[in-house]
Design a protein around this ligand. Structure first.
Ligand code: U2P
Length: 222
């Protein structure tokens, strides 16, 4: 009997320690205007200038104690044909801004290999990218901000008003990250929303990212 109890206990331990790869996702959206007018240059994708909207940066598995796993499976490569049905949506909603100008495959490869491979217990490659696209649609952040009078017009807004607007729109407090433009103004750069391990529901953030925002931040034009 004792033997079977031990086996059961070992099985439970295995499920907790091995099968549980991460605790939640950060779904990270970036404002292209803030990416482009910061220290680094930006290049529009080969498909043209992205829309003046938040673009997806990534869907990042995280630990509730802080920290995150990365590059979990070097054998799992990004394969374009697995997301061919999502391609036009990826180009529109998950656009690359890095230089030199490219078609986005480098960016999606990086995000899959660094982050997606750490969530393979939950989502295969197609479902990982599809989940990002669905979350973007569900969050509809620019719409919520504009409705609250917070627009990408180079003006300054109270950081707490941005947080409150997003909290009211999605039901959970976001993390806000800022960067600096060439005149050292603090500007709205990225918004972090916390998502459950199935990548379908927004949740309360178990741990907030460090945002480095001033109390008032610029919302740059794009
Ligand atoms: O913050 C700088 C870069 O670190 C990676 N990052 C940050 C926070 C986090 O919770 N998880 C994480 O991966 C990001 O790397 P990238 O995906 O851009 O390579 C982030 O840009």
């Amino acid at each position: 009997m004792k033997f079977f109890i031990c086996i059961l206990a070992l099985q439970q331990l295995y499920t907790q320690c091995v099968a549980q790869d991460f605790d939640f996702f950060y779904f990270v959206l970036q404002w292209p205007g803030a990416y482009c007018d910061s220290r680094h240059s930006c290049c529009y994708p080969k498909t043209g200038k992205p829309a003046a909207d938040f673009g997806i940066h990534g869907l990042w598995p995280n630990y509730k104690t802080g920290g995150w796993p990365q590059n979990c499976n070097p054998d799992s490569r990004f394969v374009e044909s697995r997301v061919s049905d999502l391609m036009s949506n990826l180009q529109r909603e998950w656009p690359t801004l890095s230089c030199p100008s490219n078609d986005g495959v480098n960016f999606w490869t990086h995000e899959w290999e660094k982050h997606g491979t750490c969530a393979e217990s939950e989502l295969d490659q197609h479902d990982y990218f599809e989940a990002g696209l669905k979350l973007k649609q569900k969050a509809n952040l620019l719409h919520a901000l504009i409705n609250a009078g917070i627009k990408p017009d180079d003006k300054f807004y109270e950081t707490k008003d941005i947080e409150k607007t997003i909290q009211e729109a999605i039901g959970f407090a976001p993390g806000i990250e800022c960067n600096k433009d060439s005149s050292h103004n603090s500007q709205l750069y990225q918004i972090y929303l916390c998502v459950d391990t199935s990548a379908s529901k927004f949740i309360n953030c178990p741990v907030m990212p460090h945002g480095r925002c001033d109390s008032r931040v610029q919302f740059p034009k794009f």
